[in-house]
Write a protein that binds this ligand. Sequence first.
Ligand code: PLP
Length: 341
Amino acid sequence: MDKKNIDWANLGFSYIETDKRYVANFKNGEWEEGALIDDPNITMSECAGVLQYAQTIFEGLKAYITKDGKIVTFRPDLNAQRLEDSAKRLEMPVFPKERFVKAVEETIRANAAYVPPYGSGATLYVRPYMFGINPVIGVKPADEYQFRVFTTPVGPYFKGGAKPLTLCVSDFDRAAPRGTGGIKAGLNYAMSLHAIITAHKNGFDENMYLDSETRTKVEETGGANFIFITKDNTVVTPSSDTILPSITRRSLVYVAEHYLGLKVEERTVYLDEIKDFAECGICGTAAVISPVGKVVDHENEICFPSGMEKMGPVTQKLYDTLTGIQMGHIEAPKGWIKVVE
Ligand SMILES: *Cc1c(COP(=O)(O)O)cnc(C)c1O
């Protein structure tokens, strides 16, 4: 397979059109057979449900090449399950999990020339999503939906090493109690845009969101879950129904317990205890883990002992082990690595 002529090392994180995308339509109460198509554009009614009432959900995963030259994805079955959970919460039809995984694989295979070479640090980002497409004017769920998968090559997340981030405790809330914070829906991102632009204007990299009921508990950032390390090397990660269940975080918890022999606590984490942690990181598919050096809560600055130069030592071990598993240097737990080609 000839690779496309792309400067892999200097790719950013922006959309680049690839050759094929997968489309399946839901009509008359059932999913039609899907297909790979060439056209990257979508034509729909001006009154489509997604345009009026934001009925749209998505997933994100990566395809990449392992040490032994295979194109693989990481735990796509969990993305399939999460899309199902998101669909149910927004009254959308479930796209069958086996079909989800097959569609992801087919789309990657059809765009294999865009999977960056092993060792480049770049990956092929895979975006499955589903939205209401028929006209909806009275507020109700759509009757017709489209499920799609496209791919786009993205660059190495950290060019020249992972610099610790500075976060601010946001004055905005991300998720309502008993709301939709636990699903991967576009609506959660639409309302986070003002908060992230505000954070950037104030010189911060990301927001730390608190629970909106009491504003005393740490939830997550706009698109990544927190992990903390205590001074005696316990991994602590916030648990709450309003946190999006990150696949990276769940994998790191497993790695901490089963590969590194660390104690893990998944529990409520209060803002006023984070000053006692030794390390902090945020995790998600894109960067695996980004280290956090500092959290600014208005006039109160919390600086983690790991500092502003590099990842903390336990965070680094977690990062190295999980990326080692992903890249095929370290044996993976059964079912984690799905070979596509
Ligand atoms: C996607 C997402 C994450 C990260 O999840 P991964 O499965 O690890 O990529 C975290 N928080 C939010 C709000 C997200 O949408």
